[in-house]
Design a protein around this ligand. Structure first.
Ligand SMILES: [Zn+2]
Length: 426
């Protein structure tokens, strides 16, 4: 057998010593071998407004002093049908003293344990670090959500947990395709395990986090994602994707990364551009960012929200990142430069049939010309990339070139996008 992939047998459970050793190895190689990842690790980022200090036992909620910096872990998880443990105006004083782990749902307890195992002190969990019954606090903090995940040292994805009670370390199910054990007669390997390569998802089977709208930007913006899938661990960083059984893809080599979520990191300017990546090398030119937005909206709108009103807020961190790169104006889910084409959005009929019916939300949420005005999967026109041939000989005209845009404007009433618009207008 030529060039077998060096693999390893899966651990019987995700909180085993071997799993933590593997995670330590992934982090170590990310910090020493990946140039662009290393750059993002210094200096320590600004701490979020509130965070959990897990160095104290039991953990407690802390308020960051102005300009305080430090490495922290963020948690990306499904809330599910049960409300996870929350901080409210009535409980915040207690939380600042202590949060007994016995009061925490299993997923939070596991996240505390992982953070401690990694040797870090700070952990950010949305339901505990944002005052849940304060509209003012929610607006202020949810506007920072993109930054909170993109500044995290690492984001834990509780990928297999449908809610807070299920926990991050779940019993591992029998694999759909168990590895095949071979005993080669010669060579460097005593035993080989032949296993499935993931196709277009990180894991073999879709995980609960893959269906949640909020989780989309959380794992897309995080510099490092440690994903606890039902079957195995996964690692995503700007440089590559790795799975516990040994599969790995180097993102800089031009191969498309499996999609836990698309990666939204700009490669270093000096690195060669790879044209065949739909998601990874997104922001190096405006045209590519435009194509990417269509792909993002297509994937994002297949996901579910607990609160219908969150359709635009749960994507605003990503929109802001793209806006910082392109300088374009964001109009309720559509970029001004692409308005001519993107007004042609349509319900993805095939998916709407599979996933759920499309419908108008119960309450007004966006102008009727925006895709955000409806519930259900939506497709923006996927534009072919303009080639050098088109530049010389003229390709098909874009709809935007067939009319003149005189003015486009949205007035936003009191949600986190208004904060964003104010800050970008400054
Ligand atoms: Zn890395």
């Amino acid at each position: 057998m030529e060039n077998p992939l060096a693999g390893r047998q899966l651990s019987s459970h995700a909180n085993s010593a071997e799993c933590f050793r593997l995670v330590a190895y992934w982090i170590q190689s990310c910090l020493t071998d990946h140039e662009q990842c290393r750059r993002r690790a210094t200096p320590p980022p600004l701490l979020p407004t509130r965070y959990l200090n897990v160095d104290s036992n039991p953990p407690r909620l802390c308020v960051a002093e102005d300009g305080a910096r430090g490495f922290y872990v963020a948690l990306s998880h499904c809330w599910g049908k049960t409300q996870p443990l929350r901080t409210t105006s009535a409980t915040i004083a207690d939380r600042l003293i202590s949060i007994p782990t016995a009061d925490m749902p299993q997923t939070f307890r596991d996240a505390v344990l992982i953070t401690r195992e990694l040797g870090l002190e700070y952990l950010w969990i949305d339901s505990l670090c944002i005052v849940q019954d304060s509209q003012e606090d929610w607006e202020k903090e949810s506007a920072k959500m993109g930054d909170i995940y993109s500044n995290s040292f690492l984001t834990i994805s509780a990928a297999a947990a449908e809610d807070g009670e299920q926990g991050i370390f779940q019993p591992r199910p029998a694999r759909l395709y168990p590895p095949v054990e071979l005993q080669p007669r010669d060579g460097d390997y005593n035993t080989l395990f032949v296993d499935m390569m993931p196709r277009n998802t990180l894991f073999e089977t879709p995980q609960p986090v893959d269906t949640r709208a909020w989780c989309f930007q959380e794992t897309t913006l995080a510099p490092r994602v440690l994903a606890y899938g039902a079957e195995m661990l996964g690692w995503l960083c700007d440089s590559g994707t790795k799975l516990e059984h040994g599969y790995s893809v180097d993102h800089s080599g031009g191969m498309a990364p499996p999609l836990l979520a698309p990666r939204l990191r700009q490669p270093p300017r000096s690195s060669p551009k790879s044209k065949d990546l739909e998601f990874y090398h997104l922001l190096d030119e405006k045209q590519t960012a435009t194509r990417t937005w269509a792909a993002i909206v297509n994937q994002y709108t297949t996901r579910r929200l607990t609160l219908e009103k969150d359709r635009l807020p749960a994507l605003s961190g990503l929109a802001r990142t793209i806006q910082e790169e392109t300088g374009d104006e964001y109009l309720a889910g559509i970029w001004k430069r692409d308005l001519g084409e993107d007004l042609l959005w349509e319900v993805d009929v095939l998916l709407a049939h599979e996933v759920r019916e499309w419908r108008r939300p119960a309450q007004y949420r966006a102008p009727s010309w925006s895709w955000a005005a409806i519930e259900g999967p939506v497709r923006l026109p996927l534009r072919p990339q303009r080639t050098a041939f088109d530049d010389i000989f003229g390709g098909p005209p874009r709809p935007a070139e067939e009319f003149e845009l005189l003015e486009a404007r949205v007035n936003i009433a009191g949600n986190n996008l208004s904060n964003w618009h104010r800050s970008t207008a400054a």
